[in-house]
Design a protein around this ligand. Structure first.
Ligand SMILES: [Zn+2]
Length: 463
């Protein structure tokens, strides 16, 4: 049995206005305040396409290696549903703004079938007492429909692909792709045999995608092992019960009576425009990762974390401008800074790149210990005191003279005769332990190199 998964992703584009009317495209706010006759489908309305959205769609197509169609048309998809006051959705059918394309993942490529431009429907809100409320602010927001071929072989691959796709779109700056806000939604097709397949809906997080697919594959395999057939159906993932259940059985394709949208001219793009948009494509995450590995000699794993969000990658490179030590800066950013926040929010910690650079540099030059450096970082974040100020204070309190350090060394040596014995017998590795113990006594307020030197001097005397 060969598992085949195809994904359909809906991405809300972040634009000034909606797809076919001048209403503002924003998230949240007072319901039903950003509406007009066009997005409410009143009789006699005339839509006009939003070229900002068209350009952003082209940008996504180019970044995903798709072929941009210079000529495509808008289509009416006719169906009745309360969240769609017009009784039809404007989408693309037959011709798409972009065709083909691929996204590279570790095990190969995920191939795309097409990218369509369409419009959002209203948001349905289900209340506790069983009512359904509608917020039409969302109705008409520009939407991209990205459809893959059924070439994904496992839930792991699906999640990896979605992460990379999301990353690319976020890098392009055309959508926030916030899944919790419904800006990046995933539906799926799953089959384990040629006989039948199921559509899977309500995958609202990457975790839901993974668990939903895993469950559905197992379910289909069990059905086949029992000698039964997989029905063509749409199933919903229930995040709480951790199971999929039937939403509707598809006897045949729903007939949407597609026809070309009579109120909109065909979408024609000039070669110049496509070329211009091509030049606006920024360095994409996988390209940035390669550059980080090559230019800064970072290992793949670290580079992967640093490019996970453009904001983090930019921040990292800005710190390097003040202190060109990629290995240590990357280590501080990954292990220390990311302990306090998510990659996309690093700047919200309020720490300037130059201050982080100074911190890493001070630790490297042994002006302060790494532990004190960590303390400084913690205090700077929680008490909003500039790092430079805290470093100055710490530097002042660092023990410079040999006397105090020597007396601490003496104590440590007296307290650990067995360790000293080992050292004398040739186990030089225990030196680190003795340095650590001395630093502890000095509460970290000494230069470990100086401490090491003094321990060696003392041990030589002893032996
Ligand atoms: Zn409107």
């Amino acid at each position: 049995m060969e598992t085949k998964i195809g994904l359909e992703i809906h991405v809300e584009l972040s634009t000034e206005t909606k797809m076919f009317c001048p209403c503002k495209n924003e998230y949240g706010g007072e319901p039903n305040t950003r509406i007009c006759p066009v997005c409410m489908g009143e009789p006699g309305i005339l839509p006009s396409p939003n070229f900002e959205a068209v350009k952003k769609a082209v940008k996504v197509g180019i970044a995903l290696n798709s072929k941009i169609n210079r000529f495509s048309i808008f289509t009416r998809k006719n169906y009745f549903y309360p969240d769609l006051p017009k009784g039809y959705q404007i989408t693309q059918y037959g011709t798409s703004i972009a065709e083909g394309g691929s996204v590279n993942i570790k095990s190969g490529s995920v191939y795309l079938e097409r990218i369509n431009i369409e419009e959002e429907t209203a948001k349905s809100i289900y209340t506790e007492n069983g009512e359904v409320l509608l917020d039409f602010n969302r109705c008409g927001i520009p939407l991209l429909e990205i459809v893959t071929l059924p070439c994904i072989k496992s839930p792991e691959e699906a999640v990896e692909f979605l992460k990379e796709l999301r990353r690319i779109i976020r890098y392009l700056g055309v959508s926030e792709c916030d899944m919790e806000k419904g800006m990046f939604r995933v539906d799926s097709n799953v089959s384990v045999s040629k006989e039948g397949r199921a559509e899977l809906k309500n995958l609202n997080s990457l975790k839901a995608v993974y668990e939903g697919l895993l469950y559905e594959i197992k379910r289909q395999k069990e059905v086949i092992e029992k000698g039964e057939k997989i029905r063509r159906e749409t199933r919903l993932w229930d995040e709480f019960k951790k199971e999929t259940r039937v939403m509707r059985v598809k006897e045949e394709e729903l007939d949407y009576r597609y026809f070309p949208e009579p109120d909109l001219p065909p979408l024609e793009l000039s070669t110049e425009l496509i070329e211009k948009i091509k030049k606006e494509i920024p360095e994409l995450p996988y390209q940035k990762k390669q550059r980080f590995v090559k230019l800064y000699f970072l290992d793949e794993k670290d580079a992967e974390i640093l490019v996970s969000e453009k904001e983090l990658a930019d921040y990292f490179e800005e710190i390097l401008k003040f202190y060109k030590n990629p290995e240590d800066v990357s280590s501080w950013v990954i292990t220390e800074l990311l302990a306090y926040t998510e990659p996309e929010n690093t700047r919200k910690l309020g720490l300037s790149a130059s201050e982080i650079a100074q911190l890493v540099k001070s630790v490297n030059e042994n002006k302060i210990t790494r532990n004190i450096g960590k303390e400084i970082l913690k205090r700077s974040i929680s008490e909003k005191i500039p790092i430079s100020e805290l470093i100055k204070k710490e530097e002042k309190s660092i023990i410079k003279g040999d006397d105090i350090i020597e007396s601490a060394v003496k104590e440590v040596i007296e307290e650990n005769p067995d360790v000293v014995e080992k050292y004398i017998k040739g186990k030089k590795g225990v030196l680190g332990f003795l340095i650590g113990q001395t630093m502890k006594k000095l509460k970290g307020r000494a230069d470990p190199k100086q401490v090491g030197k003094l321990i060696l001097k003392k041990l030589e005397k002893n032996s």
